[in-house]
Design a protein around this ligand. Sequence first.
Ligand SMILES: Nc1ncnc2c1ncn2[C@@H]1O[C@H](COP(=O)(O)OP(=O)(O)OP(=O)(O)O)[C@@H](O)[C@H]1O
Ligand SMILES: [Mg+2]
Length: 330
Amino acid sequence: MEKVLSVENLSIRFAGRAGDITVVDDVSFDLSVGGSLVIAGESGSGKSMVCQALLGIVPGAAKVTGTRIDWRGRDLLTLGMQDWRAIRGAEIAMIFQDPTAALNPLITVEHQISDVVCAHRRCSRQEARARAIEVLGLAGFPEPAHRMKSYPSELSGGLRQRVAIALALAASPSLIIADEATTNLDVSIQAQIVTLLRRLKDELGLALIFVTHDLGLAAEIGGDLLVMYAGHAVERGPVRQVLSDPCHPYTRGLLRCAPTLRSSRANPLVPIPGQAPRPGSIGAGSPFRSRCPVVVDGICEISRPGWTAAGPGHAVACHRFARDGREGLR
Ligand SMILES: Nc1ncnc2c1ncn2[C@@H]1O[C@H](COP(=O)(O)OP(=O)(O)OP(=O)(O)O)[C@@H](O)[C@H]1O
Ligand SMILES: [Mg+2]
């Protein structure tokens, strides 16, 4: 499959009082044209930071380094402000968790979308309006020609997120990044938005990066899964493969504490004990060691695990798995 994006050894650091604090550490992944990647992991694991690096919108204090972030033959790590303006929105677009924050409350839906269209291509107001109707239709916004005269506050949360999706589609990007885009929505609306994103990906040939805490939604999106823990990638592979045969103790823990219809008193959720380490406190060892039930004494404390193959396209960064395979995880 032809790659559209290839992230090699991405790291992001903030300056702290006692030196740099690394919040994303040596993360690599690929995305094929029209493919999808789900990034999952608990709060603070660095998912949003990775997304922000792909749009050149990390906070000013952050230092982004890496071997290369190849986007269709260009290295995003070397772009200047002018280059970013040409890529952001036009080639790579983002849908945020909170559509209210992404939309201007004082401007109608029609004008917000038309403005984005006009910012990226020369066109008349008439053409921009037609494009606004088109993308709202693609995003499943009902009666777009009529209802796009609404202000964001006149719409439900689900419709606002559809407007945010239409805004992301306005300049025909090749990659859409949805950072927890369904987290604030009711479950039924969440399912509609996930179905919509999957359909848009298939019909428009868009590549999709979908960030979530919810492994059930990850399975719905499909494609590849990257599991992050405390700024590190710990497991990666085809979503269904990783979820049916998780090989990192953290992924296994995440699945055991994810509610399902089968959760009950007899089949209780098992929380992962303890808390994720603070960024900057991990040192050289395995990032999961302080909570890991299958630590390898003398190794996990001192050395960062490399990748071990667990199946076709499936790899795990775990000393225990590298040494004892699946048997060692029980
Ligand atoms: N401006 C900042 N200055 C310093 N540290 C920051 C800043 N922004 C984020 N961080 C730190 O970077 C780490 C990763 O944050 P990030 O927002 O990427 O996590 P996340 O996986 O998206 O979490 P969530 O699921 O809660 O959205 C966190 O430890 C966070 O505290
Ligand atoms: Mg986030």
